[in-house]
Design a protein around this ligand. Sequence first.
Ligand code: PLP
Length: 405
Amino acid sequence: MQPIKKSSKLNHASYDILGIIPERARQMEAQGERIIKLNIGNPAAFGFTASDEILQGMIHNLTAASGYCEPQGLLSARQAIAQYARKKNISHVNLEDIYIGNGVSELILLATQALLEDDDEVLVPAPDYPLWTAAVALAGGVARHYICDEQADWLPDLADIKARISNRTRAIVIINPNNPTGALYPDDLLQGIIEIARQNNLVIFADEIYDKILYDAAQHTSIASLADDVLFVTFNGVSKSYRAAGFRAGWMILSGNTAHAHDYIHGINMLTSMRLCANVPAQFGIQTALNGQQSIHALTMPTGRLKQQRDLAWKLLTDIPGISCFKPKSALYLFPRLDPNYYPVANDEQFALDLLLEEKVLIVQGSGFNWVQPDHFRIVFLPNSDDLTEAIGRIAQFLERYRIR
Ligand code: PLP
C-alpha cells in the first residue's frame, strides 16, 4: 500500500513553538518530570487570567450565542472594534471593514489565502512570528525574509526590504510590537515602510496583537493611522491584551485605500462566509474587554508583575557570560544572543533539545522564528519570579557545561 503523505504545501511551513521539542517535553511530563515551560505566550497559564467582567459578559450571553452570527462577526463587538480603531487614529473604519476570527491566527491564514497566487511573494521579517511564514507558504506564496537589525534595537532594515522586492511581491508583514524581539517601531520607520508599500503597490499586513503590552511609558502607533493611500490590514485580538488566548477571538481591520481592493475584499468575504462565523460566545467578550479597564496594560506599569518579571529575566540572562539581549520595550519575550565565541552552537534545535533533556527547561530555538544563524533563542517572561529565577539559573548551568564541550 502506498503510504499516505502530507501535502508538499507544508514543506515550507513549520511551527516550532509547539513542535517536536515541546512534544518531547509533554512526554517527559507524562512520565512525572517537572518541566519549566518558557515556550509559549499564553498569559492565563501563568495566572494572568481573563477579568471577571469579561467572563460575566460571556456567561450572560451564552444562550444568545448558541447560533451562528454574521460571518464578519457580532455587530456589538465590531462596534467596539470600530471605536478602538478610532482611538488608534485609524480613519474611516466602517463595520463592514472589520472581520472577527477564531484568533488572529485564523485571520492571518484567511488574509493570505485570499491574496496570493502560486509563487507570489510576501516580505516577512526575520526573526518573525512563524505563523506568517507558514501562512504565506500554505497559500502557495513565498516568504522573502527581510532583516531586523539587532544592532539597531531590532528595527527593520529599510534598505534590505527594498532589495528583496521583485515583480511578484504583493505584501509586507510588520509585527509591531514585535514577537520575538520586543522591538517597538518609531513613526519615521513606519513612514519609510509605507513609502515602500506605496511605490510598489504592496498590501501592509500589520500584526499589532501586543499593542497594549508596552513598558517604560512607551507609546504604540498603528501604522494604518499614518496614511490613507495604501491598503492596510491590521490584526489584533483578546489573546494577549485581555489574557484570553483560549477564547480564540481576534479581528482584522481593512483601512486606507480599500477602494482599489474590491476584488481582494470580495475574496476575503468569500472565505469569511465559507467558515460561517467565528466562535460566538467569545465574541461577546470583545465589547466588554474593549470598553473596560481590564487589559494587561496595568501589569506593565513600574510596580506591575509583568514589568518586574521582564526586568528580572533580562538581568539574570544578561549576567550570564556570552549572552547579550535587547531589553524589550513591549510584548512578553526575550530573544537573547549567544556569542559564538563562548557557545559555538551548530544546530540550535539540538541545543534546545539538550537543554530540555539536561535541565528540564523548554525554550524555542531562534530558527523557529526564521532566524538563520544558530545563535538566538526565545523565552517568555510570563512565569512568576521564582520560576524565572530557577529556569534561567538552569540555563546558566547548562551554558557553563556547553562552553567547555
Ligand atoms: N500574532 C503574533 C505576533 C503572536 O505572537 C500570536 C500568538 O502568539 C498570534 C498572532 C496569534 O494570536 P491569536 O491567539 O489571536 O491567534
